[in-house]
Ligand binder design. Sequence first.
Ligand code: NAD
Ligand code: ZN
Length: 355
Amino acid sequence: ETIQIGTKSKQYNVFLGEGVCKDIPAFLTAHFPNLTRVLIMTDETVAKLHLDKILPLTKKWNPVVYTAPSGEKAKTFDIYYQALSTALENHLDRKSLILSLGGGAVGDLSGFVAASFMRGIPFIQIPTTILAHDSAVGGKVAINHPLGKNMIGAFYQPEAVFYDLELLTTLPATEIRSGFAEVIKHALIHDLSFYQWLKENIDDLQSLSIKQLSYSLIKGIKIKNDFVSKDERETGIRAYLNFGHTLGHAIEAEMGYGNFTHGESVMIGMIFALKLSQEIQGLSFNFAEFKAWVEKLGYETRIPKGLSAAQLLTKMKQDKKSIGETARFVLLEQIGKPVLREIDDSLLLDQMKNF
Ligand code: NAD
Ligand code: ZN
């Protein structure tokens, strides 16, 4: 399957399916006839599992590999600097290309390296996580600053995305759950019938069929693209993609990145936002049924013990999407109909206590 991703600044394709990586050499030959060299950027975990399948595909372009630490540790200034040093030491130039092999963290890092090396060289993503269906669309690339996640970055689009489902078979359960939370998010904010399909068809994330996985990813990618292409630089409706993320980010930060996955935090944030939506927006929704379903899928549905409501509130108000003194939430009027609301501290504290 080929999904066309369109923004005003650039169009590119996401090729999705089993074995799509095999088409990379032909793609490079067709689109980059003067390609001088390929830098493959990956992380330690993915390198061990999958580099042997990707490296031979680039043989013709004298590939060099940079391996970052796995997870969020890839998105530091130090690693960014090391990757650029590797590029310079190996004489990459403006006609070289970066191949990003990994999850969202490697994707964000390598996209930012590509955006800034010699004022920008092309890059191609080979996502290896479910969560990366989210990061592969939208053109946001970034590293972290000690004072904030994703604070140093750019908008930079890949030339193509090769989403090879064979690479996803090695994902551990927690990472499947993390990524699938964003699939569920995409359904909730945009597509009632997709949400119903998920609820009826997905009851075990560990035994997803290729068909279920590819349908879920294709839908998720298309929905993300719908929001982003209408709003490439986050002025309005792109904010709806933040559903579940106000509290989700706060939980993730309070737990310490890496201790509790992004998607698992966002799931708790979505449950909270759904509850607020019932209270404030009159959302009609079978809340108990939803909770039972996601619990069956293995998600935590309560705020982790030990996190204080007051501290979470402070974090939520620091969220860069909040203006000034009140926390901003994406709520749902209906499934598929998001709205943005500012919500008073007292109401939030109250709701968190009864959560
Ligand atoms: P990740 O890249 O850290 O991957 C999660 C873990 O899974 C890592 O330890 C990784 O080594 C391992 N892994 C990856 N592929 C594997 C495979 N096939 N088999 C076994 N293990 C594998 O993170 P992620 O969850 O993919 O993405 C999270 C990151 O994405 C965060 O840094 C977040 O900020 C970013 N993100 C960016 C955007 C965006 O629009 N740019 C959107 C969402 C998230
Ligand atoms: Zn997210």
